[in-house]
Design a binder for this molecule. Structure first.
Ligand code: A3P
Length: 391
């Protein structure tokens, strides 16, 4: 009644009244929607800021735990006479860069200084649940050579030890990929927990001129394992491998000597050149003391693998876990094969490319090569203090 009096006094028709009402309702609706949007947006911003704060706190906590883990590892390693002093030159030291990493990187839970990149795989989750922090480290130990002397056998045997973790394939960091940097190299290393040794094998390191200095710059305390074998058999093994990849390869005798006669040995031919071990060793000894090198006899690694692996474990400060119980002689292969556990389950032999049949080589050519190597072998025995008794 009041509305109608009011309308009447304002002289409004009922049609005009309807229009006014619709306009009012519309205004109220838009004003409500606008306010709701505004509130939602403010609350979203606040939520994002809080998430970011949480992530930063998480990252800081990860970084300090990783640094602590690294400090502990380094301490325990230096206690074993294996200090990582020179690794400070590695990219691992630029942890400050991690704080500027993007939110996406944070969400990936990666500590970008590379000390510890967290892997979500179940086996690592299990280790973390036990309070262990698996992370990648630069190698403590390298198998640097010599090609075709039994380097794969050595790696397969020593990695039976639970405290040894090794890169699966030859990384070739120090000879081919050095420009990629230590961070790249570390990324190729397996995850280890405290007390485990990180190992890598690339046999061409032994004969590549720049490598000793580069390894020295990574870590002056790096331990070096070198398998050596009678250089004549080694040359034939090297040739056999090359010939298996090239159908029209010349005969060994044609390649090992200049002018086809057996008088002049071709010292520029790779398979012959690599066998002059003393020359390469002298270069390594400019950077590393003999005490950091362990020489493993390739012949003995076949005849008595447990003996050689015992020496390797002692050298690395490891408990002698890999023993004769892990080996058996496989008559079909003609080489020792291994059991992956002491329980003698899962027998395993090296692949077809290891332990190949060699072609027949003229006895006179072999005799001439032996003569050629004799003074170099003697020099090598003198440098190492070991008589390998090669014929
Ligand atoms: P051959 O295939 O010429 O016999 P590398 O791993 O450094 O390339 O060395 C290969 C050599 O390792 C082989 O050369 C073989 O003689 C030797 N070797 C040592 N122990 C072995 C094993 N248990 N099984 C197969 N080969 C082994």
């Amino acid at each position: 009644m009041y509305v109608s009096i009011w309308c009447h006094s304002l002289n409004l028709s009922s049609r005009s009244l309807a229009i006014v009402l619709v306009v009012c309702v519309t205004l109220v609706y838009f004003s409500y929607s606008f306010n709701a949007c505004l509130l939602a947006s403010i609350s979203r911003t606040l939520q994002q800021q809080s998430n970011l704060r949480n992530l930063l706190t998480l990252q800081q906590r990860n970084a300090s735990s990783a640094a602590e883990a690294n400090r502990v590892t380094n301490t325990s390693r230096s206690a074993n006479g294996n200090s990582n002093s020179s690794t400070s030159a590695s990219p691992s030291s630029n942890s400050s860069s991690s704080s500027s990493s993007s939110t996406t990187a944070l969400l990936n839970s990666t500590v970008s200084n590379g000390v510890a990149s967290v892997d979500g795989a179940p086996k690592y989750q299990m280790l973390r649940q036990q309070g262990l922090r698996p992370s990648r480290h630069l190698p403590d130990t390298l198998i640097i050579g010599v090609k075709k002397s039994g380097t794969r056998a050595l790696l397969e045997f020593i990695r039976l030890h639970p405290d040894v973790r090794a890169a699966g394939s030859e990384v070739h960091f120090f000879d081919r990929h050095y420009q990629r940097g230590l961070r790249w190299y570390r990324h190729h290393m397996p995850y280890t927990i405290e007390g485990q040794i990180t190992m890598e094998k690339t046999p061409s390191y032994f004969v590549t001129k720049e490598v000793p200095q580069r390894v020295y710059h990574m870590n002056t305390a790096t331990k070096l394992l070198i398998v050596v074998r009678d250089p004549v058999t080694r040359a034939i093994s090297d040739y056999t491998q090359a010939a298996s990849k090239k159908a029209d390869m010349k005969r060994f005798e044609q390649l090992a000597f200049v002018n086809g006669s057996y008088s002049v040995v071709d010292t520029n031919w790779g398979p012959v050149k690599i066998g002059v071990y003393a020359r390469y060793l002298e270069h390594w000894l400019l950077y590393f003391p003999l005490s950091q090198l362990l020489f493993i006899s390739g012949e003995r690694l076949i005849m008595d693998p447990a003996y050689e692996i015992g020496r390797v474990q002692d050298f690395l400060g490891l408990k002698r876990v890999v023993t004769e119980k892990h080996f058996y002689f496989n008559a079909t292969k003609g080489f020792p094969c291994l059991f992956k556990s002491e329980a003698r389950s899962t027998p395993h032999c090296l692949g077809k490319t290891k332990g190949r049949n060699h072609p027949h080589i003229d006895a006179n050519a072999i005799e001439r090569l032996r003569e050629f190597y004799r003074p170099f072998n003697n020099k090598f025995y003198q440098l190492t203090g070991i008589n390998f008794a090669w014929p």
